[in-house]
Design a protein around this ligand. Structure first.
Ligand SMILES: Cc1cc2nc3c(=O)[nH]c(=O)nc-3n(C[C@H](O)[C@H](O)[C@H](O)COP(=O)(O)O)c2cc1C
Length: 235
């Protein structure tokens, strides 16, 4: 009887142990698991904002050149990173209706130096990436966007999702219909101008099947709302 109980305890221990290991190996659902600290963003240099506005254009042809982790980090910081300390805490790179910040930022990386191909979540408070899924998801993402080839060719794509309730809780339908898309537009323009300032290109992508993008991202937090492939401009 005693042997039977010890065996059962051992089996439960083994089962829990392997479940725990699988959870961590997959790196899912554990904030900070596989946390990758990004290089400090450059907040000082760049080109004059008026020149970035003047030079900005949609880029749909990317070269095969990889991005560096610095570049990926800089673009993510511009997308939604922490900026100066406001009265109530750090402000962020884009304005958000009522400070409700409904947007989450993911990176589908395929060719970024020092970053294994995979899906990552950007944590703006710590300026770090959390690996959600390993593997190159770029062509699946392109298929979910009507086969727009530039998404498969760019070294990485920033995918923005919206947790609408954060804004609708306060603003109702106006939040869903106006404020959340407005927030996403601000974020996108930041990425556009930052890319221009770094000699990189991007294009806003709004044409995709939300459910298919969500399934490529294996059910992210929030609904996909916007995508931005980024890379060097092909000659
Ligand atoms: C909300 C939105 C969605 C867009 N979706 C796509 C898209 O799915 N594919 C694409 O190639 N361009 C897309 N664009 C880029 C526009 O086509 C582009 O900004 C427009 O033609 C003006 O060109 P410019 O950006 O070079 O000034 C989108 C732009 C916006 C603002």
């Amino acid at each position: 009887m005693k042997t039977g109980r010890s065996f059962l305890a051992f089996a439960v221990f083994l089962l829990l142990g392997s479940a725990f290991a699988a959870f961590f190996i997959a790196g899912r659902g554990v904030p900070g698991a596989y946390a990758i600290e990004l290089p400090e963003p450059d907040r000082e240099s760049g080109i004059p904002v008026s020149r970035a506005i003047h030079g900005r254009k949609s880029v749909r042809n990317y070269s095969a050149e990889s991005l560096t982790l610095d570049q990926a980090g800089q673009l993510l910081w511009a997308a939604g990173g922490a900026t100066i300390d406001g009265v109530t805490g750090p402000t962020r790179s884009y304005p958000s209706a009522g400070g409700t910040y409904p947007l989450e930022i993911y990176l589908v990386s395929g060719n970024v130096e020092g970053l294994e191909a995979g899906l990552y979540k950007y944590h703006w408070r710590t300026h770090s990436l959390e690996m959600i899924l390993p593997g190159d998801k770029r062509s699946d993402l392109a298929s979910a966007a009507y086969g727009q080839r530039m998404i498969g060719a760019a070294p990485a794509t920033i995918v923005v999702t919206a947790v609408y309730e954060r804004t609708t809780r306060r603003y109702g339908d106006r939040g869903r219909e106006l404020y959340v898309p407005m927030d996403a537009g601000h974020l996108g323009q930041n990425v556009h101008l930052q890319a221009e300032s770094m000699g990189l290109g991007t294009v806003m992508v709004g044409a995709f099947f939300e459910s298919q993008v969500a399934s490529v991202l294996e059910e992210p937090e929030g609904d996909p709302i916007y995508m931005m492939p980024v890379g060097y401009i092909a000659d």
